[in-house]
Design a protein around this ligand. Structure first.
Ligand SMILES: Cc1cc2nc3c(=O)[nH]c(=O)nc-3n(C[C@H](O)[C@H](O)[C@H](O)COP(=O)(O)O)c2cc1C
Length: 218
């Protein structure tokens, strides 16, 4: 699949088969990811591939549990639910919609490895540059994966369960995990957005301004 078509066809995939990913495909995707722009050529990044079966099972549990916290925090509780019942609803819902993460053949962690090249007073700017660079690398990977018929989804559910993930992969304290993704063959590739999301997709012309703020193409 060509790059432009892969950009159009990429969708977040949350349902996977356990079909393994070929090593050559994986290596190519990792290499393409790390061809992304990197602020100041700092390469303040690493990709950590989790494939060992007990590790990836543990990682799936960490993500699903984090997803439960996320859903419970952003979705309103039913009026008759106690906070405990709402938290339980979040976990049940995460298990339902993310349960197939337990079959994913591998995960890729997009890591920030600070190089400390900015002066100390500008470390917040450096952090932003580093996180953007990792995001660009992951987007390269998402698009290239789609071109190969592989699914991904930018995932931050581990933010709600980060200590467990850090322990699992033995991460030194200074290294950050802004984003992770499963990588595998989807049960099917979503076409278009689900209706709930399609409804709120803003027409692109309303998001493009010419010359001055407010002068949109809408
Ligand atoms: C910064 C960021 C964080 C995201 N985190 C999650 C996540 O934790 N779990 C998830 O299922 N999807 C996550 N997504 C995927 C979005 O929900 C998805 O991109 C959006 O709904 C549009 O759908 P599409 O990717 O199929 O176009 C994230 C996307 C971005 C850009």
């Amino acid at each position: 699949m060509e790059a432009l078509e892969a950009i159009r066809a990429r969708r977040s995939v949350r349902s996977y088969t356990d079909q393994p990913v070929d090593d050559r495909d994986l290596n190519e995707l990792l290499r393409l990811a790390l061809m992304a722009p990197t602020g100041g050529m700092a390469q303040a990044w690493s990709l950590l591939v989790v494939r060992e079966p007990t590790h990836r099972a543990a990682l799936a549990d960490i993500v699903i549990e984090g997803g439960g916290h996320y859903f419970a925090s952003v979705r309103p509780a039913q009026p008759d639910h106690s906070p405990e019942q709402h938290a339980q609803w979040g976990q049940d819902y995460a298990n339902e919609v993310l349960g197939s993460y337990r079959h994913v053949p591998l995960w890729i962690l997009g890591l920030v490895v600070p190089r400390d090249v900015f002066p100390p007073e500008d470390r917040d700017k450096e952090a932003l540059a580093d996180e953007m660079s990792v995001a660009f690398a992951m987007e390269n990977l998402f698009v290239a994966a789609r071109a190969k018929g592989l699914g991904t989804v930018p995932t931050v559910f581990h933010w709600y369960n980060e200590g467990a993930l850090r322990d699992l992969v033995g991460l030194p304290q200074e290294i950050r995990i802004p984003v992770i993704t499963p990588l595998g063959y989807p049960t099917e590739f979503p076409v278009g957005l689900p209706p709930r999301l399609a409804e709120i997709r803003r027409p692109w012309r309303t998001l493009v301004h010419d010359d001055t703020w407010g002068n949109t193409r809408a």
